[in-house]
Design a binder for this molecule. Sequence first.
Ligand code: GGG
Length: 343
Amino acid sequence: MARIAVVAGDGIGPEVVAQARKVLDAVLPDVQATEYDLGAARWHRTGEVLPDSVLTELAGYDAILLGAVGDPTVPPGVLERGLLLKLRFAFDQYVNLRPSRLWPGVAGPLGNVKPGEVDLVVVREGTEGLYAGAGGSLHRDTPAEVATEESLNTRHGVERVIRDAFVRAGRRERRKVTLVHKTNVLTHAGSLWARTFDAVAAEHPDIETEYQHVDAAAMFLVTQPQRYDVVVTDNLFGDILTDIAAAVTGGIGLAASGCINPEGAYPSMFEPVHGSAPDIAGQGIADPVAAVLSAALLLEQLGHSESAARVNAAVGAELASRVPGATLRTEEVGDRLAAHAVA
Ligand code: GGG
């Protein structure tokens, strides 16, 4: 039996997570899901974001399914840092896995790629970089205000995520890893990433490697996304590049992710790449596919590969049958996906 903690969160989070649970329940009847009330509503009610007692409880689950975090009525960072990043850091989820593929029936925006031609995965470092929270400010709200935000890069952190990328590439057909950074300008961190990448690459002579500056990668992800297989990069670059990858493969509504602790010392967490989208929350029109594909990643991580394949097949059928411009209802999509996954 799989024990899963569900953090639906804010905005469209509860709507899309409900559909992901529907699909999970359909393919894995003995899943035991427990909901956790975390996010904007709890903060408004109690002032709490993620109490230590809840963090301790969450550590005991096999995995966490998360919806979305962030609300315009809460100061920026309170929920994003206090909940989302706190979970990733506390559970050492250093591999932020973000696959992107162009599904049959889905049109790329430029018409320059055909379905099947794009199938890449970004291995984004998840616990360091500019997201580490190092920095500070002086003379706040004065004309002399100064703010710093420092990128933290450790040999340990960089090496383990690069190793993970090579292991993943070794399991894939194309066996290629692209390092993305900005080594010509960010020379301190860039040098660490490049030297570590070269050292790990030397241990994997069977895997093709390349290096790209992040600005070039942003361009090529749009113009030639088919050139990528596994991309490994730091926390901020990975966050930005995966939104671009999502845009060229059907939109953010299809983009899934896993925040993974590969050693299994802590639960991994699975979440759609999208945020809480407060502008459409409560209308029942959010696309639940990203949340459902995140549930498929969760199944894969827990060893339920056959169930994961069923969910992916259901998504494939759903996307192939979509009529461009037709109104999408969140619950109806969830119903169709659940039915197809067990058909
Ligand atoms: N679905 C998760 C979510 O709400 N993401 C919003 C966000 O702030 N993401 C930042 C990140 O992924 O680092």
